[in-house]
Design a protein around this ligand. Structure first.
Ligand code: F6P
Length: 549
């Protein structure tokens, strides 16, 4: 593959041109941009795959877009994208292909890893998941005492949890309402205790979801689940009816005591945070059924194809990624708020946090050079309208610039007039208020006393994207997730980083193992165990040991 990253980002001509352009545009107000172009609100939009993407309320003009597109070209974004779709090992530090796009490829597609077409394997697993899900949902799969499964508990963490929880909540409307779905992720025993306290073991299925099957939190929770189960049903043979695994590591699954026949596999070319549409989505499929799950995959695939084929000026993930880059790099915007105006998307911001920040929270280039420019913004958010009564104050009148993604649906799944009109009125009002604000003269004209005027002024010029779709269904959810996945890819390509490794989680894991030994061993009373940490960590450990006594 041709290397497109020989030049350090800030030394490229496109970057220089953008820096100069930024000086010219950064004080221009959205009021002016809209006043000078009556078509702007319709022109700076995309309408593709049933998603209306309005980026007109951004601090950009046509030249900005052209310069950002030139940067994408100079950084080889298209070539990098093609390398990903081709199955090249673009995760260079782990020497792995990055092929979540293969998880949603149609049955007849061909995508090769080390000379092997992986698509038939993907569909074989999907078929196995479908058959299993049908049996469980129909009550044909019986527990050890002959009862049907009513409770599904997914045990996993990070990518083996956040996607499944988010998708379950997002698609709850389509879920089997006669079943309970619970998610246990935290190693804090409270998570497990609360998730299972009202469940009967003989009606419960545990899905142990872990790519590696070695993750401390998940293995601890899995062992606790096993003990909990056996404390109610004292029969090791019953485990086969109540425990299944999702993993890439058959050896560890079998060692744990789960039959390989009850294992759903995925592959090292699926990153944890890109795995919710692999077998990691088993809980999702059990909840919404195989047909809905496949509709979700079709949605993902539609966005993949859009990303792969649409010209960059009409390419939603490309524009989204470029806009994130624009504020992060030139406006020193540290964060992006994701504000879904749909209660079902309440876990979407949390899901995006791993997707975006574990992917692009990096400080060296692919070649290992230290980076001196900004990489991933912090993603955060809460569903509207709740956020309006909490942190929107800062977005409207604070000192920080926070670009926001507003996500909304023209149709509600729960028709309770006048709720949806009110909800949508708030979406449109917020983006209008953020963009245009309220001037001192406008505040005065309302009869506001002079001393209060500055407090009531809204500066405006706060950028937003509005993402509008018809309704939240499985396909739309797939499109939305793939939109963010590919936007993350675009940003990583601009920054020349490995968006698919996560070395930053390692050090804490190693130290925790060492400290765990120190918490468990020795004479708890004397506190004389030789501790070789810094004085702060030593003191904290001693304090904990003393309280354990
Ligand atoms: O947090 C680090 C991480 O490796 C994530 O990338 C991953 O999603 C999570 O741990 C869980 O890993 P596993 O699925 O192997 O248990």
């Amino acid at each position: 593959m041709k290397s497109f990253m020989a030049t350090y980002l800030t030394e490229t001509s496109a970057y220089h041109a953008l820096a100069v352009h930024h000086q010219q545009i950064h004080d221009v107000h959205l009021r002016e941009l809209f006043a000078n172009d009556s078509t702007r609100g319709e022109r700076l939009t995309l309408d593709a795959l049933g998603i209306y993407f309005d980026y007109s309320k951004h601090r950009i003009n046509d030249e900005t877009v052209n310069l950002l597109l030139a940067l994408a070209q100079e950084r080889g974004v298209a070539e990098k994208r093609d390398a990903m779709f081709r199955g090249d090992k673009i995760n260079v530090t782990e020497k792995r292909a990055v092929l979540h796009i293969a998880l949603r490829a149609p049955r007849d597609a061909e995508i090769f890893v080390d000379g092997v077409n992986v698509v038939p394997e993907v569909h074989a697993v999907l078929d196995k998941m479908s058959a299993f899900s049908k049996r469980v949902r129909d009550g044909e799969w019986q527990g050890a005492t002959g009862k049907r499964i009513r409770n599904v508990v997914n045990i996993g963490i990070g990518g083996s949890d956040l996607g499944p929880v988010m998708a379950y909540e997002a698609l709850k409307f389509y879920s089997a309402r006669d079943m309970n779905f619970r998610f246990v992720s935290n190693v804090d025993g409270t998570d497990f205790a609360e998730a299972t306290r009202d469940l009967n073991a003989d009606e419960t299925l545990f899905i142990i979801s872990s790519k590696t099957f070695t993750t401390q939190e998940t293995m601890t929770n899995a062992q606790t689940a096993r003990n909990w189960f056996l404390s109610q049903i004292n029969d090791e043979r019953a485990i086969a009816k109540h425990f299944v695994a999702v993993s890439t590591n058959e050896q560890e699954v079998v060692r744990f005591g789960i039959d390989a026949a009850n294992m759903f596999v995925f592959w090292d070319w699926v990153g944890g945070r890109y795995s919710m549409d692999s077998a990691i989505g088993l809980s999702t499929m059990l909840a919404i059924g195989p047909e809905n799950f496949r509709a979700m995959l079709d949605g993902f695939h539609a966005m993949d194809e859009h990303f792969r084929t649409a010209p960059f000026e009409k390419n939603m993930p490309v524009l989204m990624g470029l806009l994130a880059f624009w504020y992060n790099t030139f406006f020193d915007a540290q964060t992006i708020a994701v504000l879904p105006y749909d209660q079902y998307l309440k876990r979407f911001p949390a899901y995006l946090q791993q997707l975006t920040m574990e992917s692009n929270g990096k400080r060296v280039t692919l070649q290992g050079e230290t980076i001196e420019y900004q990489t991933s913004p912090i993603f955060w958010g809460e569903p509207g309208t709740n956020g309006q009564h909490s942190f929107y104050q800062l977005i409207h009148q604070g000192t920080k610039l926070i670009p926001c993604d507003f996500i909304a649906f023209t149709q509600t799944l729960n028709k309770l007039p006048p709720h949806h009109d009110i909800l949508m009125a708030n979406v449109f009002a917020q983006t209008e208020a953020l963009a245009f604000g309220k001037t001192a003269d406008e505040v005065r004209a309302e009869g506001t006393p002079e001393w209060l005027v500055p407090h009531r002024v809204f500066p405006g010029n706060r950028p937003t994207t509005t993402i509008l779709a018809e309704k939240l269904d499985p396909a739309t959810l797939g499109k939305l997730i793939a939109l963010y996945e590919h936007s993350v890819f675009v940003q990583g390509a601009l920054w020349d980083i490995d968006s698919f490794d996560q070395w930053g989680v390692e050090l804490g894991k190693v130290l925790a193992k060492k400290i765990l030994g120190e918490l468990e061993t020795g004479d708890l009373g004397t506190g004389d165990l030789r501790l070789e940490h810094d004085s702060s960590t030593n003191a904290l450990i001693r304090k904990y040991r003393a309280s354990k006594k």
